[in-house]
Ligand binder design. Structure first.
Ligand code: HEM
Ligand SMILES: *[C@@H]1O[C@H](CO)[C@@H](O)[C@H](O)[C@H]1NC(C)=O
Ligand SMILES: *[C@@H]1O[C@H](CO)[C@@H](O)[C@H](O)[C@H]1NC(C)=O
Ligand SMILES: *[C@@H]1O[C@H](CO)[C@@H](O)[C@H](O)[C@H]1NC(C)=O
Ligand SMILES: CC(=O)N[C@H]1CO[C@H](CO)[C@@H](O)[C@@H]1O
Length: 492
Protein backbone atom coordinates (compact mmCIF):
# COMPACT_ATOMS: atom_id res chain seq x y z
CA UNK A 1 0.00 0.00 0.00
CA UNK A 2 3.03 2.29 0.37
CA UNK A 3 2.88 3.52 -3.18
CA UNK A 4 -0.61 4.90 -2.58
CA UNK A 5 0.00 8.51 -1.70
CA UNK A 6 -2.67 10.72 -0.15
CA UNK A 7 -3.05 12.39 -3.48
CA UNK A 8 -4.01 9.10 -5.11
CA UNK A 9 -6.58 8.36 -2.42
CA UNK A 10 -8.16 11.75 -2.89
CA UNK A 11 -8.09 11.32 -6.63
CA UNK A 12 -9.92 7.99 -6.34
CA UNK A 13 -12.53 9.44 -4.00
CA UNK A 14 -12.93 12.41 -6.30
CA UNK A 15 -13.47 10.17 -9.31
CA UNK A 16 -16.02 8.02 -7.47
CA UNK A 17 -17.95 11.11 -6.43
CA UNK A 18 -17.71 12.55 -9.95
CA UNK A 19 -19.10 9.33 -11.46
CA UNK A 20 -21.86 9.28 -8.87
CA UNK A 21 -22.83 12.86 -9.67
CA UNK A 22 -22.62 12.22 -13.40
CA UNK A 23 -24.90 9.17 -13.16
CA UNK A 24 -27.41 11.15 -11.12
CA UNK A 25 -26.91 14.46 -12.87
CA UNK A 26 -30.65 15.03 -13.45
CA UNK A 27 -31.28 14.71 -9.72
CA UNK A 28 -28.42 17.05 -8.82
CA UNK A 29 -29.58 19.59 -11.39
CA UNK A 30 -33.06 19.46 -9.90
CA UNK A 31 -31.76 19.64 -6.34
CA UNK A 32 -29.72 22.72 -7.19
CA UNK A 33 -32.86 24.60 -8.26
CA UNK A 34 -34.90 23.75 -5.18
CA UNK A 35 -34.97 25.37 -1.74
CA UNK A 36 -34.20 23.27 1.32
CA UNK A 37 -31.96 22.99 4.36
CA UNK A 38 -28.19 23.06 3.77
CA UNK A 39 -27.14 19.61 2.60
CA UNK A 40 -23.75 17.90 3.07
CA UNK A 41 -22.13 15.38 0.75
CA UNK A 42 -23.11 11.78 1.65
CA UNK A 43 -24.84 12.84 4.88
CA UNK A 44 -27.34 15.11 3.13
CA UNK A 45 -29.69 16.62 5.69
CA UNK A 46 -29.00 13.88 8.24
CA UNK A 47 -27.81 16.49 10.75
CA UNK A 48 -31.20 18.21 10.62
CA UNK A 49 -32.71 14.89 11.73
CA UNK A 50 -30.32 14.22 14.60
CA UNK A 51 -32.91 13.71 17.30
CA UNK A 52 -34.70 10.99 19.20
CA UNK A 53 -36.85 8.60 17.13
CA UNK A 54 -40.01 9.96 18.63
CA UNK A 55 -39.09 13.55 17.68
CA UNK A 56 -38.51 12.75 14.00
CA UNK A 57 -42.08 13.47 13.04
CA UNK A 58 -42.21 16.94 14.56
CA UNK A 59 -38.80 17.72 13.07
CA UNK A 60 -39.96 16.68 9.59
CA UNK A 61 -43.11 18.81 9.86
CA UNK A 62 -41.08 21.77 11.02
CA UNK A 63 -38.55 21.44 8.19
CA UNK A 64 -41.18 21.05 5.48
CA UNK A 65 -43.10 24.09 6.69
CA UNK A 66 -40.07 26.38 6.41
CA UNK A 67 -39.68 26.26 2.64
CA UNK A 68 -41.98 26.90 -0.32
CA UNK A 69 -43.25 23.97 -2.40
CA UNK A 70 -41.59 22.05 -3.98
CA UNK A 71 -38.53 21.73 -1.77
CA UNK A 72 -35.73 19.19 -1.46
CA UNK A 73 -34.59 16.97 1.37
CA UNK A 74 -31.58 14.64 1.27
CA UNK A 75 -32.06 11.55 3.45
CA UNK A 76 -28.36 10.76 3.52
CA UNK A 77 -27.46 10.08 -0.11
CA UNK A 78 -31.13 9.73 -1.05
CA UNK A 79 -32.83 12.73 -2.64
CA UNK A 80 -36.52 13.52 -2.15
CA UNK A 81 -38.64 16.04 -4.04
CA UNK A 82 -41.09 17.28 -1.40
CA UNK A 83 -44.49 18.74 -2.26
CA UNK A 84 -46.48 20.69 0.32
CA UNK A 85 -48.84 22.54 -2.01
CA UNK A 86 -52.35 21.30 -2.77
CA UNK A 87 -52.33 21.95 -6.54
CA UNK A 88 -49.02 20.12 -6.99
CA UNK A 89 -50.20 17.31 -4.68
CA UNK A 90 -53.18 16.72 -6.95
CA UNK A 91 -50.93 16.48 -10.01
CA UNK A 92 -48.74 13.87 -8.31
CA UNK A 93 -51.38 11.75 -6.59
CA UNK A 94 -53.78 11.61 -9.52
CA UNK A 95 -51.08 10.60 -12.01
CA UNK A 96 -50.57 7.00 -13.16
CA UNK A 97 -46.84 7.78 -13.26
CA UNK A 98 -46.76 7.83 -9.46
CA UNK A 99 -48.39 4.52 -8.56
CA UNK A 100 -45.04 2.95 -7.65
CA UNK A 101 -44.37 2.99 -3.93
CA UNK A 102 -40.99 4.28 -2.90
CA UNK A 103 -38.26 1.78 -1.89
CA UNK A 104 -38.96 2.74 1.75
CA UNK A 105 -41.96 0.43 1.56
CA UNK A 106 -39.74 -2.60 1.11
CA UNK A 107 -39.17 -2.65 4.87
CA UNK A 108 -42.92 -2.89 5.30
CA UNK A 109 -42.94 -5.64 2.69
CA UNK A 110 -41.02 -7.83 5.12
CA UNK A 111 -44.35 -8.73 6.64
CA UNK A 112 -46.85 -7.20 4.18
CA UNK A 113 -45.13 -8.76 1.18
CA UNK A 114 -46.72 -7.77 -2.09
CA UNK A 115 -50.00 -6.84 -0.43
CA UNK A 116 -51.91 -3.85 -1.77
CA UNK A 117 -50.14 -1.23 0.34
CA UNK A 118 -46.50 -2.15 -0.23
CA UNK A 119 -46.86 -3.75 -3.67
CA UNK A 120 -46.30 -1.99 -7.00
CA UNK A 121 -46.29 -2.73 -10.70
CA UNK A 122 -48.49 -5.11 -12.69
CA UNK A 123 -49.24 -7.45 -9.76
CA UNK A 124 -50.51 -4.59 -7.62
CA UNK A 125 -52.53 -3.25 -10.55
CA UNK A 126 -54.24 -6.58 -11.20
CA UNK A 127 -54.85 -7.36 -7.50
CA UNK A 128 -56.31 -3.92 -6.93
CA UNK A 129 -58.69 -4.37 -9.86
CA UNK A 130 -59.74 -7.81 -8.67
CA UNK A 131 -60.16 -6.79 -5.03
CA UNK A 132 -61.87 -3.41 -5.46
CA UNK A 133 -65.42 -4.91 -5.51
CA UNK A 134 -64.82 -6.39 -2.05
CA UNK A 135 -64.62 -2.90 -0.58
CA UNK A 136 -67.63 -1.30 -2.24
CA UNK A 137 -70.30 0.09 0.08
CA UNK A 138 -72.93 -2.51 -0.75
CA UNK A 139 -70.55 -5.33 0.10
CA UNK A 140 -69.11 -3.66 3.17
CA UNK A 141 -72.52 -2.91 4.69
CA UNK A 142 -73.00 -6.65 5.30
CA UNK A 143 -70.31 -6.46 7.95
CA UNK A 144 -72.42 -4.02 9.96
CA UNK A 145 -74.12 -6.45 12.41
CA UNK A 146 -70.84 -8.25 13.17
CA UNK A 147 -69.06 -5.03 13.99
CA UNK A 148 -72.01 -3.93 16.11
CA UNK A 149 -72.00 -7.16 18.12
CA UNK A 150 -68.36 -6.81 19.08
CA UNK A 151 -68.87 -3.13 19.86
CA UNK A 152 -71.71 -3.97 22.22
CA UNK A 153 -69.31 -6.25 24.07
CA UNK A 154 -66.92 -3.30 24.26
CA UNK A 155 -69.61 -1.04 25.74
CA UNK A 156 -70.38 -3.68 28.34
CA UNK A 157 -66.71 -4.20 29.26
CA UNK A 158 -66.27 -0.45 29.69
CA UNK A 159 -68.81 -0.52 32.53
CA UNK A 160 -66.01 -1.71 34.77
CA UNK A 161 -64.16 1.55 34.12
CA UNK A 162 -67.14 3.89 34.38
CA UNK A 163 -67.17 6.52 37.10
CA UNK A 164 -63.59 5.66 38.00
CA UNK A 165 -60.20 7.12 37.13
CA UNK A 166 -58.51 7.88 33.81
CA UNK A 167 -57.64 4.95 31.55
CA UNK A 168 -56.07 4.38 28.13
CA UNK A 169 -59.05 3.83 25.86
CA UNK A 170 -57.14 2.55 22.82
CA UNK A 171 -56.33 -0.65 24.68
CA UNK A 172 -60.03 -1.54 24.82
CA UNK A 173 -60.94 -0.29 21.35
CA UNK A 174 -58.03 -2.12 19.75
CA UNK A 175 -59.18 -5.44 21.18
CA UNK A 176 -62.70 -4.82 19.97
CA UNK A 177 -61.41 -3.91 16.50
CA UNK A 178 -59.18 -7.00 16.48
CA UNK A 179 -62.28 -9.11 17.05
CA UNK A 180 -64.46 -7.55 14.38
CA UNK A 181 -61.67 -7.38 11.82
CA UNK A 182 -60.90 -11.00 12.60
CA UNK A 183 -64.49 -12.00 11.96
CA UNK A 184 -65.30 -9.83 8.94
CA UNK A 185 -61.97 -9.80 7.09
CA UNK A 186 -59.91 -12.75 8.27
CA UNK A 187 -62.93 -14.96 8.74
CA UNK A 188 -62.31 -16.39 12.18
CA UNK A 189 -64.07 -15.61 15.43
CA UNK A 190 -61.65 -14.41 18.08
CA UNK A 191 -61.92 -13.22 21.62
CA UNK A 192 -59.28 -10.50 21.92
CA UNK A 193 -61.60 -8.64 24.28
CA UNK A 194 -61.34 -11.70 26.50
CA UNK A 195 -57.53 -11.38 26.37
CA UNK A 196 -56.81 -14.15 23.86
CA UNK A 197 -54.86 -12.21 21.25
CA UNK A 198 -52.23 -10.50 23.39
CA UNK A 199 -49.28 -12.23 21.71
CA UNK A 200 -50.42 -11.37 18.20
CA UNK A 201 -51.31 -7.75 18.99
CA UNK A 202 -48.12 -7.04 20.89
CA UNK A 203 -45.98 -8.63 18.21
CA UNK A 204 -47.75 -6.52 15.57
CA UNK A 205 -47.10 -3.32 17.50
CA UNK A 206 -43.42 -4.25 17.79
CA UNK A 207 -43.28 -4.99 14.09
CA UNK A 208 -44.47 -1.47 13.27
CA UNK A 209 -41.58 -0.12 15.33
CA UNK A 210 -39.04 -2.26 13.48
CA UNK A 211 -40.38 -1.23 10.08
CA UNK A 212 -40.23 2.42 11.00
CA UNK A 213 -36.74 2.16 12.47
CA UNK A 214 -35.50 0.75 9.15
CA UNK A 215 -37.22 3.49 7.19
CA UNK A 216 -35.57 6.31 9.10
CA UNK A 217 -32.23 4.90 10.28
CA UNK A 218 -30.19 4.66 7.12
CA UNK A 219 -27.64 2.23 8.57
CA UNK A 220 -30.32 -0.33 9.45
CA UNK A 221 -31.08 -0.52 5.74
CA UNK A 222 -27.77 -2.32 5.23
CA UNK A 223 -28.79 -5.97 5.63
CA UNK A 224 -25.61 -7.25 7.24
CA UNK A 225 -25.68 -4.49 9.86
CA UNK A 226 -29.38 -5.06 10.50
CA UNK A 227 -28.68 -8.74 11.12
CA UNK A 228 -26.56 -7.89 14.15
CA UNK A 229 -29.15 -5.66 15.82
CA UNK A 230 -31.89 -6.49 18.29
CA UNK A 231 -34.41 -5.59 15.61
CA UNK A 232 -33.59 -8.68 13.55
CA UNK A 233 -34.72 -11.03 16.31
CA UNK A 234 -37.90 -9.03 16.90
CA UNK A 235 -38.63 -9.15 13.20
CA UNK A 236 -38.15 -12.92 13.07
CA UNK A 237 -40.48 -13.69 16.00
CA UNK A 238 -42.98 -11.11 14.81
CA UNK A 239 -43.10 -12.59 11.34
CA UNK A 240 -43.52 -16.11 12.68
CA UNK A 241 -46.35 -15.21 15.04
CA UNK A 242 -48.19 -12.97 12.56
CA UNK A 243 -47.85 -15.16 9.50
CA UNK A 244 -48.64 -18.27 11.56
CA UNK A 245 -51.90 -16.69 12.63
CA UNK A 246 -52.95 -15.84 9.09
CA UNK A 247 -51.86 -19.21 7.72
CA UNK A 248 -54.16 -20.84 10.22
CA UNK A 249 -56.97 -18.51 9.11
CA UNK A 250 -56.49 -19.57 5.51
CA UNK A 251 -56.52 -23.24 6.50
CA UNK A 252 -59.80 -22.83 8.41
CA UNK A 253 -61.49 -20.83 5.63
CA UNK A 254 -60.18 -23.10 2.92
CA UNK A 255 -61.91 -26.01 4.63
CA UNK A 256 -65.30 -24.35 4.72
CA UNK A 257 -65.00 -22.45 1.45
CA UNK A 258 -67.42 -23.69 -1.19
CA UNK A 259 -66.50 -23.10 -4.76
CA UNK A 260 -69.69 -21.89 -6.40
CA UNK A 261 -70.25 -20.33 -9.78
CA UNK A 262 -73.25 -18.31 -8.62
CA UNK A 263 -72.24 -16.39 -5.51
CA UNK A 264 -75.00 -15.94 -3.00
CA UNK A 265 -75.34 -12.48 -1.54
CA UNK A 266 -75.42 -13.33 2.17
CA UNK A 267 -72.52 -12.28 4.36
CA UNK A 268 -69.13 -13.72 3.53
CA UNK A 269 -65.90 -12.55 5.03
CA UNK A 270 -63.25 -10.95 2.82
CA UNK A 271 -60.88 -13.92 2.93
CA UNK A 272 -63.67 -16.18 1.66
CA UNK A 273 -64.27 -13.66 -1.13
CA UNK A 274 -60.58 -13.67 -1.98
CA UNK A 275 -60.79 -17.45 -2.27
CA UNK A 276 -63.67 -16.82 -4.71
CA UNK A 277 -61.36 -14.70 -6.83
CA UNK A 278 -58.84 -17.51 -6.77
CA UNK A 279 -61.49 -19.93 -8.04
CA UNK A 280 -61.87 -17.75 -11.13
CA UNK A 281 -58.36 -16.41 -11.59
CA UNK A 282 -56.14 -19.35 -10.80
CA UNK A 283 -52.92 -17.39 -10.47
CA UNK A 284 -54.50 -14.65 -8.32
CA UNK A 285 -52.59 -15.57 -5.19
CA UNK A 286 -50.65 -18.44 -3.70
CA UNK A 287 -51.32 -19.23 -0.04
CA UNK A 288 -48.21 -17.22 0.82
CA UNK A 289 -49.51 -14.22 -1.14
CA UNK A 290 -52.87 -14.54 0.60
CA UNK A 291 -51.02 -14.28 3.91
CA UNK A 292 -49.55 -11.01 2.63
CA UNK A 293 -52.96 -9.68 1.63
CA UNK A 294 -54.36 -10.58 5.03
CA UNK A 295 -51.48 -9.02 6.97
CA UNK A 296 -51.91 -5.87 4.91
CA UNK A 297 -55.66 -5.66 5.41
CA UNK A 298 -55.32 -6.46 9.09
CA UNK A 299 -52.85 -3.68 9.83
CA UNK A 300 -54.58 -1.26 7.43
CA UNK A 301 -57.88 -1.64 9.27
CA UNK A 302 -57.44 -2.62 12.90
CA UNK A 303 -54.72 -0.09 13.69
CA UNK A 304 -56.25 2.87 11.83
CA UNK A 305 -59.81 2.49 13.08
CA UNK A 306 -58.64 2.09 16.70
CA UNK A 307 -56.31 5.08 16.55
CA UNK A 308 -58.77 7.51 14.98
CA UNK A 309 -61.66 6.42 17.24
CA UNK A 310 -59.42 6.94 20.28
CA UNK A 311 -58.27 10.38 19.11
CA UNK A 312 -61.93 11.30 18.57
CA UNK A 313 -62.98 10.29 22.09
CA UNK A 314 -60.06 12.19 23.56
CA UNK A 315 -60.97 15.36 21.66
CA UNK A 316 -64.65 15.04 22.56
CA UNK A 317 -63.48 14.90 26.18
CA UNK A 318 -61.44 18.06 25.71
CA UNK A 319 -64.34 19.84 23.93
CA UNK A 320 -67.52 19.11 25.96
CA UNK A 321 -69.63 21.50 23.84
CA UNK A 322 -68.84 19.58 20.67
CA UNK A 323 -69.54 16.32 22.50
CA UNK A 324 -72.97 17.65 23.54
CA UNK A 325 -73.80 18.43 19.92
CA UNK A 326 -72.71 14.96 18.82
CA UNK A 327 -74.78 13.33 21.56
CA UNK A 328 -77.81 15.47 20.72
CA UNK A 329 -77.59 14.26 17.15
CA UNK A 330 -77.21 10.63 18.24
CA UNK A 331 -80.29 10.96 20.48
CA UNK A 332 -82.39 12.41 17.69
CA UNK A 333 -81.22 10.02 14.95
CA UNK A 334 -80.65 6.79 16.89
CA UNK A 335 -82.10 7.30 20.36
CA UNK A 336 -81.69 4.40 22.79
CA UNK A 337 -81.83 1.54 20.33
CA UNK A 338 -78.85 -0.06 18.55
CA UNK A 339 -77.45 1.91 15.66
CA UNK A 340 -78.66 0.67 12.25
CA UNK A 341 -77.30 0.97 8.72
CA UNK A 342 -79.87 3.62 7.82
CA UNK A 343 -78.56 5.90 10.58
CA UNK A 344 -75.05 6.19 9.16
CA UNK A 345 -75.81 8.78 6.50
CA UNK A 346 -77.95 10.80 8.90
CA UNK A 347 -75.19 11.28 11.50
CA UNK A 348 -74.00 14.38 9.70
CA UNK A 349 -72.35 16.23 12.56
CA UNK A 350 -70.56 13.10 13.81
CA UNK A 351 -69.23 12.72 10.29
CA UNK A 352 -67.86 16.27 10.39
CA UNK A 353 -66.23 15.59 13.75
CA UNK A 354 -64.49 12.42 12.51
CA UNK A 355 -63.25 14.27 9.41
CA UNK A 356 -61.85 17.07 11.54
CA UNK A 357 -59.98 14.48 13.64
CA UNK A 358 -58.60 12.95 10.44
CA UNK A 359 -57.50 16.41 9.30
CA UNK A 360 -55.59 17.10 12.53
CA UNK A 361 -54.19 13.57 12.82
CA UNK A 362 -53.80 12.11 9.33
CA UNK A 363 -52.79 8.45 9.68
CA UNK A 364 -50.25 8.80 6.85
CA UNK A 365 -48.81 12.32 7.12
CA UNK A 366 -46.24 11.78 4.36
CA UNK A 367 -46.69 9.69 1.23
CA UNK A 368 -43.58 8.55 -0.66
CA UNK A 369 -43.75 7.58 -4.32
CA UNK A 370 -41.30 6.89 -7.08
CA UNK A 371 -41.61 8.41 -10.55
CA UNK A 372 -42.01 5.53 -13.01
CA UNK A 373 -41.26 7.91 -15.90
CA UNK A 374 -39.95 11.45 -16.28
CA UNK A 375 -42.63 13.85 -15.09
CA UNK A 376 -43.05 17.56 -15.73
CA UNK A 377 -44.43 19.36 -12.68
CA UNK A 378 -44.82 23.03 -13.56
CA UNK A 379 -41.27 24.18 -14.37
CA UNK A 380 -39.54 21.18 -12.75
CA UNK A 381 -38.59 17.96 -14.51
CA UNK A 382 -38.77 15.06 -12.10
CA UNK A 383 -36.53 12.31 -13.50
CA UNK A 384 -37.58 8.66 -13.64
CA UNK A 385 -36.77 6.84 -10.38
CA UNK A 386 -36.84 10.02 -8.31
CA UNK A 387 -38.50 9.90 -4.89
CA UNK A 388 -41.42 12.27 -4.43
CA UNK A 389 -42.90 12.93 -1.00
CA UNK A 390 -46.33 14.51 -0.63
CA UNK A 391 -46.78 16.11 2.78
CA UNK A 392 -50.41 15.64 3.76
CA UNK A 393 -49.63 17.10 7.18
CA UNK A 394 -48.63 20.47 5.70
CA UNK A 395 -51.67 20.60 3.41
CA UNK A 396 -53.98 19.80 6.33
CA UNK A 397 -52.57 22.76 8.30
CA UNK A 398 -52.39 25.23 5.42
CA UNK A 399 -53.93 28.54 6.48
CA UNK A 400 -54.91 29.31 2.89
CA UNK A 401 -57.13 26.22 2.81
CA UNK A 402 -58.50 26.07 6.37
CA UNK A 403 -60.13 28.84 8.35
CA UNK A 404 -58.72 27.66 11.68
CA UNK A 405 -55.86 25.36 10.71
CA UNK A 406 -54.61 24.56 14.20
CA UNK A 407 -57.93 24.29 15.99
CA UNK A 408 -60.49 21.52 16.40
CA UNK A 409 -63.27 23.06 14.33
CA UNK A 410 -65.74 20.55 12.80
CA UNK A 411 -67.42 23.42 10.91
CA UNK A 412 -64.54 23.12 8.45
CA UNK A 413 -66.70 20.33 7.02
CA UNK A 414 -70.01 22.14 6.60
CA UNK A 415 -71.17 21.25 3.07
CA UNK A 416 -71.09 24.86 1.85
CA UNK A 417 -67.50 25.25 3.14
CA UNK A 418 -66.34 21.95 1.64
CA UNK A 419 -67.76 22.95 -1.71
CA UNK A 420 -65.51 26.01 -1.91
CA UNK A 421 -62.33 24.18 -0.93
CA UNK A 422 -59.86 22.47 -3.24
CA UNK A 423 -60.84 18.76 -3.51
CA UNK A 424 -57.28 17.68 -2.60
CA UNK A 425 -57.15 19.85 0.54
CA UNK A 426 -58.37 16.88 2.62
CA UNK A 427 -56.34 13.72 2.03
CA UNK A 428 -56.49 11.42 5.08
CA UNK A 429 -57.20 8.44 2.81
CA UNK A 430 -54.73 9.61 0.16
CA UNK A 431 -56.39 9.91 -3.26
CA UNK A 432 -56.17 8.81 -6.86
CA UNK A 433 -55.22 5.34 -8.12
CA UNK A 434 -53.42 4.43 -4.83
CA UNK A 435 -56.03 5.88 -2.50
CA UNK A 436 -57.43 3.88 0.40
CA UNK A 437 -59.83 1.09 -0.54
CA UNK A 438 -61.19 0.74 2.98
CA UNK A 439 -62.81 4.19 3.37
CA UNK A 440 -66.47 2.98 3.53
CA UNK A 441 -65.49 0.22 5.96
CA UNK A 442 -63.52 2.68 8.09
CA UNK A 443 -66.28 5.30 8.40
CA UNK A 444 -68.86 2.62 9.14
CA UNK A 445 -66.74 0.96 11.85
CA UNK A 446 -65.75 4.24 13.50
CA UNK A 447 -69.35 5.46 13.59
CA UNK A 448 -70.59 2.21 15.14
CA UNK A 449 -67.88 2.34 17.82
CA UNK A 450 -68.33 6.02 18.64
CA UNK A 451 -72.14 5.99 18.69
CA UNK A 452 -72.30 2.91 20.89
CA UNK A 453 -69.82 4.31 23.40
CA UNK A 454 -71.40 7.78 23.47
CA UNK A 455 -74.91 6.36 23.92
CA UNK A 456 -73.72 4.82 27.16
CA UNK A 457 -71.03 7.14 28.48
CA UNK A 458 -70.09 10.76 28.90
CA UNK A 459 -66.41 11.23 28.05
CA UNK A 460 -63.98 13.50 29.87
CA UNK A 461 -60.34 14.27 29.15
CA UNK A 462 -57.73 16.56 30.58
CA UNK A 463 -55.35 18.93 28.82
CA UNK A 464 -55.69 20.75 25.53
CA UNK A 465 -55.27 20.05 21.85
CA UNK A 466 -51.83 21.71 21.92
CA UNK A 467 -50.72 19.26 24.63
CA UNK A 468 -51.14 16.29 22.31
CA UNK A 469 -47.66 15.41 21.02
CA UNK A 470 -47.39 13.17 18.00
CA UNK A 471 -44.97 10.64 16.59
CA UNK A 472 -45.23 8.30 13.65
CA UNK A 473 -44.20 4.75 12.86
CA UNK A 474 -46.40 3.25 10.16
CA UNK A 475 -49.20 5.51 11.48
CA UNK A 476 -49.42 8.74 13.42
CA UNK A 477 -49.94 8.19 17.15
CA UNK A 478 -49.60 10.07 20.40
CA UNK A 479 -46.00 10.14 21.53
CA UNK A 480 -46.61 7.95 24.58
CA UNK A 481 -49.18 5.81 22.73
CA UNK A 482 -51.68 6.65 25.46
CA UNK A 483 -55.16 8.06 24.87
CA UNK A 484 -56.34 8.96 28.37
CA UNK A 485 -60.04 9.52 29.04
CA UNK A 486 -62.47 9.13 31.91
CA UNK A 487 -66.03 7.95 31.38
CA UNK A 488 -69.27 8.44 33.33
CA UNK A 489 -72.42 6.39 32.89
CA UNK A 490 -75.15 8.40 31.18
CA UNK A 491 -78.43 8.47 33.03
CA UNK A 492 -81.11 7.05 30.77
C1 HEM B 1 -59.46 5.72 9.47
C2 HEM B 1 -59.13 4.68 8.79
C3 HEM B 1 -58.18 4.64 7.61
C4 HEM B 1 -57.33 5.60 7.13
C5 HEM B 1 -57.10 7.01 7.67
C6 HEM B 1 -56.67 5.03 5.97
C7 HEM B 1 -55.73 5.69 5.19
C8 HEM B 1 -55.06 5.13 4.12
C9 HEM B 1 -54.03 5.80 3.38
C10 HEM B 1 -53.49 7.19 3.65
C11 HEM B 1 -53.60 4.94 2.40
C12 HEM B 1 -52.48 5.20 1.39
C13 HEM B 1 -51.19 4.73 1.99
C14 HEM B 1 -49.98 5.03 1.17
O1 HEM B 1 -50.07 5.51 0.03
O2 HEM B 1 -48.89 4.75 1.69
C15 HEM B 1 -54.38 3.73 2.53
C16 HEM B 1 -54.26 2.64 1.71
C17 HEM B 1 -55.01 1.50 1.85
N1 HEM B 1 -55.98 1.25 2.80
FE1 HEM B 1 -56.62 2.52 4.21
N2 HEM B 1 -57.11 3.75 5.78
C18 HEM B 1 -58.04 3.48 6.75
C19 HEM B 1 -58.74 2.29 6.91
C20 HEM B 1 -58.68 1.22 6.08
C21 HEM B 1 -59.47 0.02 6.21
C22 HEM B 1 -60.52 -0.21 7.29
C23 HEM B 1 -59.09 -0.81 5.21
C24 HEM B 1 -59.59 -2.20 4.86
C25 HEM B 1 -60.75 -2.69 5.21
C26 HEM B 1 -58.07 -0.13 4.43
C27 HEM B 1 -57.44 -0.66 3.32
C28 HEM B 1 -56.48 -0.01 2.58
C29 HEM B 1 -55.81 -0.61 1.43
C30 HEM B 1 -56.08 -1.99 0.85
C31 HEM B 1 -54.88 0.33 0.96
C32 HEM B 1 -53.91 0.18 -0.20
C33 HEM B 1 -54.50 0.71 -1.49
C34 HEM B 1 -53.52 0.59 -2.65
O3 HEM B 1 -52.37 1.03 -2.54
O4 HEM B 1 -53.93 0.07 -3.68
N3 HEM B 1 -57.84 1.10 4.99
N4 HEM B 1 -55.27 3.88 3.59
C1 LIG C 1 -75.28 -10.70 17.27
O1 LIG C 1 -75.59 -11.10 18.61
C2 LIG C 1 -76.90 -11.59 18.76
C3 LIG C 1 -77.16 -11.83 20.22
O2 LIG C 1 -76.06 -12.39 20.86
C4 LIG C 1 -77.07 -12.84 17.92
O3 LIG C 1 -78.37 -13.35 18.05
C5 LIG C 1 -76.78 -12.50 16.47
O4 LIG C 1 -76.82 -13.67 15.67
C6 LIG C 1 -75.43 -11.85 16.32
N1 LIG C 1 -75.29 -11.37 14.96
C7 LIG C 1 -74.22 -11.63 14.24
C8 LIG C 1 -74.25 -11.08 12.86
O5 LIG C 1 -73.26 -12.26 14.65
C1 LIG D 1 -44.57 -12.57 20.43
O1 LIG D 1 -44.97 -13.91 20.30
C2 LIG D 1 -44.12 -14.84 20.96
C3 LIG D 1 -44.57 -16.25 20.61
O2 LIG D 1 -45.94 -16.44 20.80
C4 LIG D 1 -44.19 -14.57 22.46
O3 LIG D 1 -43.34 -15.47 23.14
C5 LIG D 1 -43.75 -13.16 22.73
O4 LIG D 1 -43.91 -12.84 24.08
C6 LIG D 1 -44.54 -12.17 21.89
N1 LIG D 1 -43.97 -10.86 22.01
C7 LIG D 1 -44.61 -9.88 22.59
C8 LIG D 1 -43.93 -8.57 22.59
O5 LIG D 1 -45.72 -10.02 23.06
C1 LIG E 1 -57.21 -25.85 0.35
O1 LIG E 1 -58.06 -26.87 -0.11
C2 LIG E 1 -57.61 -27.49 -1.30
C3 LIG E 1 -58.67 -28.47 -1.77
O2 LIG E 1 -59.56 -28.82 -0.77
C4 LIG E 1 -56.26 -28.16 -1.04
O3 LIG E 1 -55.78 -28.73 -2.22
C5 LIG E 1 -55.28 -27.13 -0.54
O4 LIG E 1 -54.05 -27.73 -0.20
C6 LIG E 1 -55.84 -26.41 0.67
N1 LIG E 1 -54.93 -25.34 1.07
C7 LIG E 1 -54.67 -25.07 2.35
C8 LIG E 1 -53.75 -23.95 2.62
O5 LIG E 1 -55.15 -25.71 3.26
C1 LIG F 1 -56.25 -16.18 18.89
C2 LIG F 1 -57.69 -16.47 18.78
O1 LIG F 1 -58.52 -16.10 19.58
N1 LIG F 1 -58.03 -17.13 17.70
C3 LIG F 1 -59.32 -17.66 17.50
C4 LIG F 1 -59.84 -17.17 16.17
O2 LIG F 1 -61.01 -17.85 15.82
C5 LIG F 1 -60.87 -19.25 15.77
C6 LIG F 1 -62.12 -19.85 15.20
O3 LIG F 1 -63.25 -19.41 15.85
C7 LIG F 1 -60.53 -19.80 17.14
O4 LIG F 1 -60.37 -21.20 17.11
C8 LIG F 1 -59.24 -19.16 17.59
O5 LIG F 1 -58.94 -19.54 18.91
Amino acid sequence: MVWFSHVDVFAVIFIIIAIYIYKNKEIFKLSWRLPGPTAWPIFGNAFAFLCKDEDLFERAVYLSSRYPSPMRIWFGPKFAFVVTNVVQAEKILSSMKFTTKDKMYKYMAVFNGEGLISGSGPKWKRDRRLMTPLFLKKNVIQHFPYILNHTKILAKLLEEKADKSIFNVIHDIQRCAADFVNETIIGIKTNAQGGELENLLENLTRMYTVVHARMVKVWLQVDWIFRFTKYKKLEETGKQVIHGFFREAIRINNETHVCTTKKDLSFRNLLDQMLDIRDDVTNFATDEELVHHLTTLYSASEDTVSTISSFTLMLLGIYPNIQSKVVEEILSVVGDRDIEEGDLARLVYLDMVIKEVLRLFPIAPFLAREASQDFQLDEWTIPKGCTVVVSIQNIHRDGKLWMKPNEFYPEHFLPEVVEKRHPYAFLPFSAGPRGCLGKPYAYMAMKIVLVTILQNYLVEAEGTLEDIRLKTDISVRTKDEIYPIRIRRRKK
